[in-house]
Write a protein that binds this ligand. Structure first.
Ligand SMILES: Cc1ncc(COP(=O)(O)O)c(C=O)c1O
Length: 393
């Protein structure tokens, strides 16, 4: 009856079951995984949001496969504010970056073709690829006082079926940006292998450093697709607006744009009110980003303060994004530790396994968690680890 591609194991894992049980029995949960900005206590300017949605022109339907021009102009302006010139004709609006990935996998891959994805990385890749009959092949990121791409391993992972390399800039959950030298090396590899680059930059604006990190949106060496959207930039995932931008050698880029246009024209998935609202909703990013950066910086400082009182757990270096990785001593599986933390202290964290860390000993916490719960949760984690190691020794 059903397709092979949907033959997933749909059983909830032990941690999700324990979380559901805890919530349904009314017990408190300190959630250190929350990454929905609308649930983290930020102030959203409701009047301006709703005002942006009430353009009278919304009563007309004017289907444009790539998206209405004023909306795409707003995307051009967003990049201009980062000193990056993008061409309005190379932009496609989509309802999410997930949809953008699907369009790209459909454009670039035949069934069974491969895309390289960073490991550790965003857990949704495997599902997005499965749905489009694409195979994901991980390339390792290595940590040495900071994360970097293992270029040797990346090159080893390329096969005749590889079609694209996915880069998340900054990566989720490791929080490292792609440096100018990395971009050059990626361009060289892609040009040599006739591969496309897919750059997911949803967290680009959330740099903890002073310099503005470079974007792939102006990369015209290899064929490149850069994506981002409102869900992170303005903290408005409910609006379902994202985009992808094609850049690269002119002929290749035009071929890609023509094919993508056919896909976009077939679905016409963007609705009119949201497209008309996009310029206003993008403007709201300044206010959101200010709050969000203050939150992540405070949380990081607090995390470091709590961690500095002991020696068993450390935080891995990060440069931006919404997550911190805590390295914990290995006394069993990360899943087991996360389960124990939930059952004993009601603290919910993601085990590193969830993001495909290569081994045990990693927990991931969301830095947009409200400040109080983050501190309480980390103190509980450290207490638990301290107890375990006292018992073990
Ligand atoms: C790396 C990455 N890309 C994309 C998204 C989701 O973006 P969208 O809501 O536009 O699908 C997320 C969400 O957490 C993410 O971590």
């Amino acid at each position: 009856m059903f397709s092979q591609r949907t033959a997933w194991n749909l059983e909830p894992n032990q941690l999700s079951k324990a979380l559901a049980d805890r919530l349904s029995s009314g017990k408190a949960v300190i959630d250190l995984t929350e990454s929905n900005p609308t649930k983290c206590g930020f102030h959203f300017e409701a009047e301006r949001i709703l005002g942006a949605l009430s353009d009278p022109a919304s009563v007309n339907y004017n289907p444009v496969p790539q998206g209405l021009l004023p909306a795409r102009d707003a995307v051009v302006n967003y990049y201009r504010s980062r000193n990056c010139a993008v061409n309005v004709e190379d932009i496609f609006l989509t309802t999410s970056t997930s949809e953008a990935y699907s369009f790209l996998f459909r454009t670039l891959c035949n069934p069974g073709d491969e895309v390289l994805i960073p490991q550790p990385g965003y857990p949704l890749f495997n599902f997005l690829a499965d749905i489009q009959d694409v195979t994901t092949v991980p390339y390792p990121l290595i940590y040495d006082y900071g994360w970097q791409i293992d270029f040797h391993a990346l090159q080893q992972a390329i096969t005749p079926r590889t079609r694209a390399i996915v880069v998340v800039n900054p990566n989720n959950p490791t929080g490292h940006f792609c440096k100018a030298e990395d971009m050059q090396r990626l361009n060289k590899i892609c040009l040599e292998g006739d591969l496309a680059l897919i750059a997911d930059e949803v967290f680009l604006d959330f740099s903890l450093g002073k310099d503005t990190p470079p974007t792939f949106a102006a990369n015209n060496k290899a064929l490149t697709f850069t994506m981002s959207g409102l869900s992170k930039i303005s903290g408005l995932p409910q609006m379902k607006v994202a985009w992808l931008i094609a850049t690269g050698p002119e002929r290749r880029k035009q071929q890609a744009v023509a094919r993508l246009e056919m896909i976009a024209d077939t679905y016409l998935s963007m609705n009119t009110p949201m497209q008309l609202a996009l310029p206003g909703l993008l403007e709201l990013r300044h206010n959101f980003q200010q709050q969000c950066l203050a939150r992540t910086r405070n949380n990081l400082a607090q995390l470091d303060k709590v961690l500095s009182a002991q020696r068993l757990c450390t935080r891995l270096n990060l440069e931006g994004g919404w997550y911190a990785v805590v390295k914990v001593p290995v006394s069993g599986s990360d899943d087991g530790l996360a389960l124990e933390l939930l059952n004993t202290w009601g603290v919910y964290v993601h085990p590193g396994h969830f993001y495909d860390f290569p081994g045990d000993g990693y927990l991931v916490v969301s830095l947009i968690t409200p400040e109080g719960p983050l501190t309480t949760g980390i103190e509980a984690l450290i207490g638990l680890i301290g107890e375990k190691f006292k018992k073990d020794s």
